[in-house]
Design a protein around this ligand. Structure first.
Ligand code: ADP
Ligand code: MG
Length: 685
């Protein structure tokens, strides 16, 4: 290949080395033995392969509709082939009167079938008959116009495979894993995934290579975790001291659930082990993560260390600060709040106290991890609602202390198990799958917004019973500059249903000054108003047990996990609670599915799985940048069973031979050593 095409291959597909080309997998194979007749095409026809003679070829149309049109016929009829780009080049190359093999997707234009930008190949040589199943590769328009369409890529790949042997693709999965799983060898797998002789061969090759991807990832995760467990020194919380004990026996407003007790015990063990804790706490909305965080902070202070808890938004930080201060008011502790809007003088004082060790617990937003913030001896850092917390930001925390502090990451919504396994594979995971006693299922229903009146009447009946209600509008990320019209209009509308002399209504939104927000929120919390109209700023953390209804306007505009979070604002007390999703009448299929899932279940773990299946892993917040989902072949949803097997076998291999010293693991070890530095695994904390 000449330098021009090579450069194009690099630029367009990131293919630099032979290795990359071998890893450029086909997305499908065409069975070359199946050539259909043009006359058999119907409106049902999808992808098709035909062969015929090109009879006509000309450029037609003006400007945007300028295109190259060719006719191909096989005796049973003729088909139009159309090109919109690379017109000149194709025209120069297409030979009238020659027989071609054509592959592509049939569409109808002016009632006549056509294929636009087909794969085409002249039938002249032996090449096309070599494989029964011809691989079709992802390509790009640019490449296609430079004679590097899917078929040409196949030729290159085939040429490479002919030049290499088993030594060039050494086995990297130990034989004791290959055997029981009946996996084909690596060299064979590469040959078969590109050029299988049967479809079964293809399937086996693909199973093997998917397993390899998962297996290597799991091995590396587990080695990282082992290393941390064995080598990394952790801050030692030796004792359970007075603060913890006093709080536990006299200030705790309720009995902990068994799930909470279990997690506190796990944290206690981690922090008393001499190793650094890196734990992910997964608990559904309302499962009581805050109190677990608080107990963990007390453990740190009891042992002479400082602790911090970080939240993604100012309002949530403020909430945490209020509730933590309130719960700890009888203990001799110095607690501060540090956010972006902390005044300079106050900030200066806090920074000083942190550095001198006078401040025990700091609650805040990212403001905490700024470089100027220094601790005397940070022992634990807790990150709440981590979906919104950049991975890099978390890494900054580690450096705040000579010995990396313990890290506890709490998620707002459960992460699907497969995702957790692949993204947070090196974290220890705690799960709280139990809600505090006395909670009732929240009843969730969807209503067309035409029936808003009915819904408002329902709110009235709940208010009559002494309850309170939220009405939420899909607006304004805190930082975003958007108009408030919707919210304001909504607010006015709500006031027409709930006249001011009979009802009290409060409002919160992201652009209000923090103090105002807080005042309005507190009014609602204290029961001084019955309705809180707001944006999604109330999404996380807001805790008003007397609220029994939440109405979500334009619910179709929210994501599943966000809706679940919002719903979690009600059902926090003993009252039967309701979540009403108001929607427009034109809903996409996906939106309909999303809302149905929400109406069907209250279980955050199930919702997370459904969300993942619906939107795919790349769209789940916080995962894209992690790089851990960059599997070429494997798919964490579709190949879940392979992922599980990979994890199981990675455990088996490393339990027996933690540093891969044994002969039978040499191939694996060499492979992993060679990979080092190529992937930024440090990004995944
Ligand atoms: P989340 O896990 O969503 O952060 P919170 O920590 O905000 O949940 O707790 C939700 C509500 O449940 C709060 O009102 C909290 O006081 C209450 N709560 C937490 N643990 C218990 C418990 N063991 N028994 C009763 N109520 C609890
Ligand atoms: Mg919370």
């Amino acid at each position: 290949m000449g330098p021009v095409r090579a450069a194009l291959l690099q630029k367009e597909l990131g293919i630099y080395f032979f290795r990359d080309l071998l890893d450029h997998f086909p997305f499908r194979h065409i069975d070359k033995t199946i050539i259909q007749k043009i006359g058999s095409i119907t409106s049902e026809t999808d992808f098709i392969q035909i062969s015929g003679v090109i009879s006509h070829c000309e450029i037609i149309g003006e400007k945007a509709s300028r295109r190259l049109l060719a006719h191909i016929s096989d005796g049973s009829g003729y088909l139009e082939l159309v090109w919109f780009r690379g017109i000149q080049w194709v025209q120069k190359n297409l030979m009238i009167g020659k027989k071609y093999l054509i592959y592509g997707k049939v569409t109808y234009f002016n009632k006549h079938p056509q294929i636009s930008h087909p794969d085409y190949e002249i039938i002249d040589s032996s090449v096309s008959d070599k494989f029964i199943f011809e691989p079709i590769y992802p390509s790009t328009e640019k490449l296609k116009t430079r004679n590097l369409n899917g078929r040409q890529i196949a030729k290159l790949t085939s040429a490479i495979l002919k030049q290499i042997n088993e030594n060039d693709l050494p086995e990297n999965i130990p034989i004791q894993v290959l055997k029981p799983l009946n996996l084909v060898g690596r060299y064979k797998a590469y040959n078969d995934i590109h050029f299988p002789k049967t479809m079964d061969e293809f399937k086996e090759a693909s199973r093997r290579l998917k397993f390899e991807e998962f297996f290597l990832a799991q091995i590396r995760f587990k080695m990282m975790r082992n290393r941390r467990h064995h080598k990394s020194q952790g801050v030692l919380f030796e004792k359970v001291g007075d603060l913890f004990n006093t709080f536990y026996s006299t200030c705790l407003p309720f009995e902990l659930t068994n799930a909470q007790k279990k997690v506190v015990k796990e944290i206690r063990q981690d922090t008393n082990s001499g190793r650094q804790m890196n734990r992910l706490l997964q608990g559904d909305v309302g499962s009581g993560k805050t109190i677990v965080a608080l107990l963990t902070l007390l453990l740190a202070v009891d042992n002479g260390f400082q602790g911090c808890i970080m939240a993604p938004t100012e309002i949530l930080a403020q909430q945490h600060f209020n509730s933590i201060q309130n719960l700890l008011k009888n203990l001799p502790l110095n607690i501060h709040l540090l956010t972006g809007s902390t005044k300079t003088a106050e900030r200066k004082k806090i920074l000083h106290e942190l550095k001198e060790g006078l401040c025990h617990i700091i609650v805040g937003t990212h403001a905490i991890i700024e470089d100027q913030v220094e601790f005397k001896n940070l022992g634990i850092a807790i990150v709440d609602e981590q979906h919104r917390f950049g991975v890099a930001q978390r890494a900054k925390l580690w450096k705040k202390s000579p010995i990396s502090p313990h890290i506890l990451v709490m998620t707002a919504t459960p992460i699907p198990r497969t995702l957790a396994m692949s993204v947070y594979g090196d974290l220890d995971v705690s799960i709280m799958d139990e809600l505090p006693p006395g909670r009732q299922e929240i009843k969730t229903i969807q209503r067309n917004e035409m029936r808003r009146m009915e819904v408002m009447e329902f709110i009235k009946s709940e208010i009559k019973k002494g309850r309170q209600a939220y009405i939420v509008y899909p607006l304004i990320e805190e930082s975003e500059k958007l108009s408030y019209e919707d919210l304001m209009q909504g607010y006015e509308q709500v006031k027409t249903y709930f006249p001011e002399h009979l009802y009290y209504i409060s409002m919160v939104h992201g652009k209000m000054p923090a103090l105002q927000k807080e005042v309005n929120m507190q009014r609602f919390k204290k029961g001084e108003c019955q309705i809180l109209v707001g944006t999604t700023v109330i999404e996380v953390g807001v805790d008003v047990p007397n609220a029994s209804v939440i109405v979500i306007e334009s619910a179709e505009k929210f994501g599943l996990s966000q809706l679940h979070q919002l719903r979690g604002r009600v059902g926090r007390g003993n009252h039967k609670s309701y979540c009403i999703l108001l929607t427009g009448s034109k809903l996409s299929h996906e939106a309909r599915q999303r809302l149905k899932i929400l109406c069907d279940t209250n279980n955050g773990f199930k919702i997370a799985e459904a969300d993942l299946a619906l939107r795919g892993p790349g769209n789940i917040e916080g995962t894209r940048q992690s790089g851990a989902l960059d599997f070429k072949l494997a798919d964490i949803i579709l190949d879940q069973s392979i992922l599980e097997a990979a994890k199981r076998y990675a455990d088996i291999v490393l339990d027996v031979d933690p540093s891969l010293e044994k002969m039978e693991n040499a191939g694996l070890k060499n492979y992993i050593l060679a990979l080092k530095g190529k992937t930024a695994w440090s990004k995944i904390s």
